[in-house]
Write a protein that binds this ligand. Structure first.
Ligand code: TXA
Ligand code: MG
Length: 342
């Protein structure tokens, strides 16, 4: 299949909307990372996303909508059933990088939710994403547009690196503003719980909801046993709330090691590990965001992919403080390093 390159101009977006309506796959920019979209209400179209990504089919997808009214048919009880928490979270952060978990309606196929009775919904703020959803007249199921297990794509070229020839079209937009995936907030339980941290932080959510929002346990810890997403085998002892937690993620080809410490300690340790690697014929790279969380979020996935392209086989990354946005970036860094911290 030839992957059509489309622009963010109206004619091209309308064409992309046609492709979605006909059951095809279109990659598109959002403010977080590029998504790989299909009609969320078409089980067959959604299954072709799993195939293109090489993704285990029990991993549920986020459904992207353009307007608040688009929620009505997706959630159990419709808009009238929305909780205070949901109203407040949506008012404060939609459109934007916040995904909310609701009880699902009958209309959402099991293929989209991985058989769960809940559905994850998000209203992106990116203009091209908004226009695509509006043009397709469908809610769009979209995981990140990478081969399963690879770092999420934050540029159109990163998407093409993984998906060229595997999908119908791509909307070639700008580099993503945020650079890490949306915050996933579960509002189906007693306590509002963050299943995946993102740029909208726990503190901001607690403030908007007027009560304490908690992190799901173990977001910075190594799962008991991690499955390789390529062979689609889920590990057994770890029963996560969000199925995406149990697979290896964000891995470049290179080995990644995280290094703690102040600037000087980081340099010393990176130098020692780097010299050792060079002696053994390796090609190490060093990455220090100097505590700039915003930049780390924006650049991390792009940097990992760039180091791969340049043939580095070891990437030494300085850790961030595990607070606010730093917590969210550390969640990605730890996964990409297989929890290897020096
Ligand atoms: O920023 C984003 O969220 C991007 C862009 C494209 O919107 N999308 C994205 O999708 O990151 P994906 O499929 O790579 O990650 C979806 C996450 C996974 O961790 C999945 O387990 C969780 O959301 N998720 C989806 N539906 C869920 C549900 N019903 N209950 C719990 N977790 C769910
Ligand atoms: Mg993903």
């Amino acid at each position: 299949m030839t992957t059509e390159r489309l622009t963010t101009e109206l004619d091209d977006i309308l064409r992309a909307g046609d492709i979605i309506r006909r059951g095809g796959l279109v990659a598109f920019p959002t403010e977080t990372v590029y998504g790989l979209g299909a009609n969320a209400l078409d089980a067959e179209a959604v299954r072709s996303i799993y195939a293109a990504k090489g993704r285990p089919s029990d991993n549920p997808m986020i459904v992207h909508i353009a307007e608040k009214e688009d929620l009505e048919p997706l959630i159990r009880g419709g808009l009238a059933s929305l909780s205070q928490d949901a109203q407040k979270a949506m008012d404060a952060f939609w459109p934007g990088p916040l995904t909310i978990i609701f009880s699902k309606s009958e209309e959402v196929p099991d293929a989209t939710t991985g058989g769960l009775d809940t559905v994850a919904v998000r209203m992106p703020s990116n203009r091209a994403a908004y226009m695509l959803i509006a043009a397709s007249l469908r809610p769009i199921a979209a995981p990140s547009a990478n081969i399963s297990g690879r770092p999420s794509p934050t540029t159109a070229d990163d998407v093409l690196e993984d998906m060229d020839g595997r999908i119908d079209a791509i909307i070639m937009g700008e580099q993503c503003d945020v650079g890490i995936e949306s915050t996933v907030l579960d509002l189906t339980g007693e306590v509002p719980t963050i299943l995946r941290p993102g740029i909208i932080t726990r503190e901001e959510l607690s403030e908007a909801l007027g009560r304490e929002v908690v992190y799901y346990n173990g977001l910075l810890e190594k799962p008991a046993e991690t499955a390789d997403p390529e062979d689609g085998v889920a590990e057994t002892s770890f029963k996560p709330k969000s199925p995406g937690m149990k697979y290896r993620h964000y891995s470049p080809k290179a080995r990644v090691i995280l290094i703690e410490g102040n600037t000087e300690e980081f340099r010393e340790k990176a130098k020692a590990i780097g010299i050792e690697a060079i002696h053994n014929g390796g090609k190490p790279a060093v990455l220090d965001y100097r505590g700039d969380e915003r930049r780390a979020a924006h650049d991390l996935f792009a940097d990992l992919r760039e180091f791969d392209r340049q043939g580095y086989d070891l990437i030494l990354i300085r850790t961030l403080e595990e607070e606010g946005l730093g917590f969210s970036v550390m969640n990605r860094m730890l996964k990409s390093a297989g929890y290897d911290v020096e």
